[in-house]
Design a protein around this ligand. Structure first.
Ligand code: WT7
Length: 656
């Protein structure tokens, strides 16, 4: 277990600026002040079952629940037991029935500039057709479907089509490598992959189908690959395998556009989403139907203060949890209009996002700190060229936001009139856990502030004593919580529920509570690194490196990075007599590209003759971090051979 990042602790501990929500915002907001927030919060904690039942009653149910929360098999909590419902119904059919069918659901924009507007009725039709294609190919309720697509409408459509017929989607972010696809497909025993011939990124076409072919070559469970054509006007090499591969556009023309939504049981599996932990093997996080439905709906409604005429835009990819909850399920359940964009923020130039905001009159903008830091670096001139006056609310997610980036966002993007919601949550939590209420909570730069309704955070020591700075824990179950790790119930219990004897959920983050009771997130306390908001387990890189025949051992750590938040540094020990040169470095980088994906490339690979270890052989990553950040070394008395760190320290400095 590592300690809290000293640099993060330092950067936020002196921060005392405070910004009250603008009066014009508060007066029209769903939660219009701290008094209203506190009243609702207290009610949600005093009687959570009544609170969540009331939220659920705003949605459609084929059959109501018998019991809101069943804790009899904790930590395998069950929500809305006995109910029957369907997420795709609540995202689509409900709006059509209530007369919102013609409202735009998605203003989609491709990177090359092609566009498509889909109303709620259009989206409903496309989802039904896609669902009928899946059925035609033999997909049944409970089957797992891997989805590896760029940010095109078919990504949201296929996710909703799975939900409609009760198939379990497992979206794999399109930046992952062939090996990552293989591991996820095998772990979930998926029977189909939905992919595309390609997707645009910075003017180039990524050839996705080829990556899928390589990934599933050894997966006997895959019987069909459904391929969306993105490269219609762009030649893409897309070999099709007879009998296994099907063009989406061909099959979609052969099916009906009516497909009734399957009545799903409350705890039927809705999706799997793989995320990194402290071992080399990613975890298939399980989210089920009813609880996730209510939590994604209510957090979206309150945290983004959604109003009927809002135009919302979240820049995340549907391949991550942010896109699942705050592009697809939570946002569509609220029936608002949103923007979906395929490509890079700097294509064709660094003003692309601001151009999109101006063009679609975006009112709510949700992005990541790493993107904000990139915009700052690119310069204010890109922002100033555009009219951003429609914006009324800003949000950030994915990693701690440094106060400097927060202030820039507040001034340059929000013109000092938009509240900023800094939302702390995880793949596992399903939705927002700590966040300001935009019309109520006075915000502080870099602070996720206070809990969402029904969430009870505490800060504990390893032993479970409450403290002001320590490890974040969550006291009570909440509807959006993960229900397990696919195929590994023991790992679920060990990872999240064992630390304090099953009394609290352990998210893996450090936190500090300030004099106002606000919670500041101080980064991960385990061996997980957050690179540009992407969670990467250091053990995943290490297990890739040791596959190289010349590598004896490696240790990977996270260090602060100006744009990415954190970057990776790899210390690699080669087998005696093997060359430690640029050639080997290149091979190791290529192995990361293949084993995980390019986004997991380390900033630096340092060859070291040995690694600092305790007498029992445990690598002391804390000392490696001290070396990489140029800090004075912490306690070295437990090292088996103290000379190792001195040597490493001088070598690290020489190479810099
Ligand atoms: C980890 C979860 C939440 C969706 C995207 C990432 C870090 C996330 C914040 C925030 C400080 C944050 C935490 C968390 N994190 N949001 N607002 N402030 N840290 O989901 O990949 O499951 O990663 O991201 O360390 O544990 P994820």
């Amino acid at each position: 277990m590592s300690t809290i990042s000293p640099s993060l602790m330092e950067s936020v501990s002196h921060e005392n600026r405070k910004f009250a929500p603008p009066a014009v915002f508060s007066s029209a907001a769903r939660v219009n002040g701290m008094e209203a927030y506190r009243a609702l919060y207290e009610r949600s904690i005093a009687d959570p079952e009544a609170f969540w039942a009331e939220a659920a009653s705003e949605l459609h149910w084929f059959q109501p629940w018998e019991c809101v929360l069943d804790s009899s098999e904790a930590p395998f909590f069950k929500w809305f037991r006995g109910s029957r419902t369907n997420l795709s119904y609540n995202c689509l059919d409900r709006h059509i029935e209530e007369g919102r069918g013609d409202k735009v659901a998605i203003h989609w924009e491709g990177e090359p500039g092609d566009t498509l507007d889909l109303s709620y009725s259009d989206l409903h039709r496309e989802v039904c057709r896609c669902a009928n294609v899946l059925k035609k190919l033999g997909v049944k309720k409970g089957d797992r479907i891997a989805i590896y697509l760029p940010m095109i409408p078919e990504l949201a459509i296929s996710v909703l089509a799975c939900a409609r017929i009760g198939a379990v989607h497992s979206v794999i972010f399109a930046g992952f490598s062939a090996d990552s696809i293989r591991d996820r497909v095998l772990d979930s025993e998926a029977r189909m992959v939905i992919t595309g011939d390609g997707g645009y990124r910075r003017g180039k076409m990524l050839e996705l189908k080829k990556i899928v072919d390589e990934g599933v070559a050894s997966c006997d469970c895959i019987s069909d690959v459904l391929v969306v054509r993105r490269g219609e006007s762009h030649p893409v090499d897309c070999p099709m395998q007879e009998g296994r591969d099907h063009w989406y556009h061909e099959l979609i023309g052969q099916v009906d556009d009516i497909c009734p939504a399957e009545e799903m049981d409350a705890e039927d599996l809705l999706f799997l989403l793989y995320t990194s932990g402290t071992t080399g093997k990613p975890k298939g996080i399980m989210h089920t139907t009813a609880g996730y439905q209510v939590f994604s709906y209510l957090t979206s409604k309150y945290v983004f203060d959604l109003q009927p005429d809002d135009v919302y835009w979240c820049t995340a990819d549907v391949g991550w949890i942010t896109g699942h909850t705050y592009i697809v399920y939570g946002i569509l359940q609220n029936g608002v209009t949103q923007v979906m964009y395929e490509g890079a923020p700097n294509h064709p130039d660094e003003g692309r996002f601001w151009d999109i905001i101006e063009k679609h009159k975006v009112t709510i903008f949700y992005t990541a700190p790493t993107a904000i830091r990139a915009f700052m670096k690119w310069g204010d001139q890109w922002v100033e060229k555009h009219d951003l006056s429609t914006l009324r609310l800003l949000g950030t997610v994915g990693e701690p936001i440094n106060p400097e980036a927060w202030m820039w966002y507040h001034k340059k993007i929000g013109s000092e009139k938009c509240p900023i919601v800094d939302t702390w949550w995880q793949t596992e939590t399903g939705g927002h856990m700590l966040t300001p209420m935009p019309g109520a909570t006075p915000t502080k730069p870099g602070c996720a502030t206070l809990p969402f309704f029904g969430i009870e955070p505490v800060i504990l020591t390893e032993e479970g004593d409450e403290v002001d700075a320590g490890i974040l824990a969550i006291k009570k179950p909440w509807p959006g919580m993960l229900r397990g790790i696919y195929g590994d119930p023991q790992r679920f219990k060990d990872t999240y529920w064992c630390k304090w004897g099953g009394k609290y959920y352990f998210p893996g983050d450090g936190a500090r509570r300030d004099e106002d009771g606000y919670i500041w997130i101080l980064g991960r306390v385990d061996d997980v690194v957050n690179v540009s908001g992407h969670r990467i387990g250091t053990a995943e890189l290490e297990s890739v490196f040791v596959e190289h025949k010349d590598v004896a051992e490696s240790a990977v750590i996270g260090i602060p990075h100006e744009i990415k938040g954190q970057g990776l540094v790899a210390f690699v020990t080669v087998i005696d007599g093997c060359a430690q040169d640029e050639h080997l470095r290149k091979e190791l980088v290529a192995m990361i590209d293949k084993g995980i994906g390019k986004f997991a490339r380390p900033e630096r690979i340092v060859f070291s003759s040995d690694l600092p270890k305790t007498r029992s052989g445990k690598i002391m990553r804390r000392l490696l971090r001290d070396i990489a950040e140029g800090r004075e070394l912490g306690n070295t008395t437990t090292l088996a051979d103290p000379s190792v760190v001195e040597h490493l320290q001088s070598q690290f400095q020489d190479e810099t």
